[in-house]
Design a protein around this ligand. Structure first.
Ligand SMILES: Cc1cc2nc3c(=O)[nH]c(=O)nc-3n(C[C@H](O)[C@H](O)[C@H](O)COP(=O)(O)O)c2cc1C
Length: 198
């Protein structure tokens, strides 16, 4: 199966560490999207988080949106879809990610209405970080993002090699492939509506 028009996808893993399981998961998912003809821009999360100051309205009032989150907002604004993997920290999202989203939410005109998002997580736990994804839906939906109901949470993954093994076989691999196809189809279907903000 290939999808007729190439979807434009931004892929981001909200983990700072080198041997991140979420980093590996987003790489696997990005590769699957490319396998269906999508164009994927991979974000450098260290550069994003490191270049984004803690949100401070005094900074915004004096200087506007800092260049790093402003550039991310522009890339999201031009995209059809966001592939976002996030570790679950204390049953919620990483603070660095919330901070970046807060800055992006301040960009006007808003860059993210009708951007389609497929949420992913990997965790050593039995629920795979799913509770963190439920928390992440709230700021994303507040920003007008269409967060797909079907989220992919990979349980019992401790290492990048675990991610490869688990996603390389049924049932997780089949579930990820099905989620990826629905994501690309929805992202392309929403393009004419998302175009209204461009
Ligand atoms: C501060 C902190 C809080 C965490 N809270 C949770 C949690 O609530 N649920 C969970 O499944 N794992 C939790 N973990 C474990 C992470 O899922 C695990 O460290 C995972 O490898 C992080 O993803 P990464 O490898 O992509 O950085 C937590 C880890 C840290 C450092």
């Amino acid at each position: 199966m290939t999808i007729a028009r190439p979807a434009r996808i931004v892929a981001l893993s909200a983990s700072l560490r080198g041997r991140s399981i979420n980093g590996r998961l987003v790489d696997v998912a990005a590769g699957l999207c490319e396998g269906l003809g999508a164009t994927v821009v991979r974000e450098d999360y260290r550069a994003l988080a490191g270049g984004t100051p803690d949100y401070d309205q005094d900074i915004e009032d004096a200087e506007g949106i800092p260049p790093v989150p402003a550039a991310l907002a522009a890339r999201l604004g031009a995209a059809d879809g966001l592939l976002l993997a996030a570790p679950e920290f204390s049953h919620s999202m990483p603070g660095t990610l919330k901070n970046i989203l807060d800055w992006v939410s301040r960009v006007k005109p808003a860059p993210t209405p009708n951007l389609v998002c497929f949420l992913l997580s990997a965790s050593p736990s039995m629920v795979g970080g799913y509770r963190g994804l439920q928390a992440l839906r709230i700021p994303l939906e507040t920003m007008g993002v269409i967060v797909l109901p079907d989220m992919f949470a990979l349980a019992q993954a401790k290492t990048p090699e675990d991610v490869d093994r688990l996603t390389g076989a049924a049932p997780a691999g089949a579930r990820l492939k099905a989620g990826r196809a629905a994501f690309l189809e929805t992202a392309l279907a929403m393009r004419p509506i998302a175009d209204r903000r461009r």
